[in-house]
Design a protein around this ligand. Structure first.
Ligand code: ZN
Length: 198
């Protein structure tokens, strides 16, 4: 995939797309290949992401890799400085949880000669760019965007539909809805729906 001319050269790879598009699976695949090549690797996940397991990144198809849960950029930097001084490949799953400062952190690693592989959502449920993925995609050397399959019509799905009590969410619905049952599904441009009040 990548032609490497200088092994001191770092870069940023972004794996993005809607929910259920296989982002984590692709991140895991790349990190495992680096491991098979005997490169020292580390995978981070956000501490709030406990969907399947606390210390693994797991794809929807149950492929997994060991990961270190982290609360933020300072902690990830500390862990690398303390225990992974010779790391060659750094993976970060659900990178959008880490806020804007993760962009500079990825740049800092790549500038030091580290290959950085990040996976995360490119759009929120409204179809708007998800920060800081928009900046990361601009700064990255490589961007791969994946589609899921639309649950309504079977076409490639680039968006994530938010449902509240089974109905499309309003654009201004709060992120946390107390007492409501909430779910997400992949949808195409045509079937994606964001309700507006009034
Ligand atoms: Zn559709």
């Amino acid at each position: 995939m990548h032609l490497i001319l200088n092994d001191e050269m770092g870069w940023i790879e972004v794996v993005t797309g809607s929910m259920f598009s296989g982002k984590s699976e692709e991140l895991i695949r790349r990190m495992r290949r680096a491991k098979f090549a005997n490169l020292e690797i580390i995978v981070f996940k956000h501490i709030s992401d406990t969907r399947y397991d606390d210390t693994k990144v797991t794809s929807h198809s149950q492929v997994f890799i060991e990961a270190i849960p982290s609360s933020g950029v300072n902690e990830m930097r500390q862990i690398i400085n303390d225990r992974y001084k010779n790391v060659k490949v750094v993976g970060i799953d659900e990178v959008q949880f880490f806020g804007d400062e993760v962009v500079d952190f990825c740049e800092e690693l790549a500038d030091k000669g580290i290959r950085v592989v990040v996976a995360g959502l490119d759009q929120d449920f409204r179809g708007e760019p998800f920060k800081p993925m928009d900046r990361l995609m601009a700064k990255a050397e490589y961007v791969d965007k994946f589609n899921a399959i639309c649950v309504c019509c079977g076409n490639p799905a680039s968006r994530t539909q938010r449902l509240v009590n089974g109905e499309p969410a309003y654009e201004d619905d709060p992120i946390v809805l107390v007492g409501a049952s909430e779910s997400y599904e992949p949808r195409c441009r045509k079937c994606h729906c964001v309700k507006k009040r009034g």
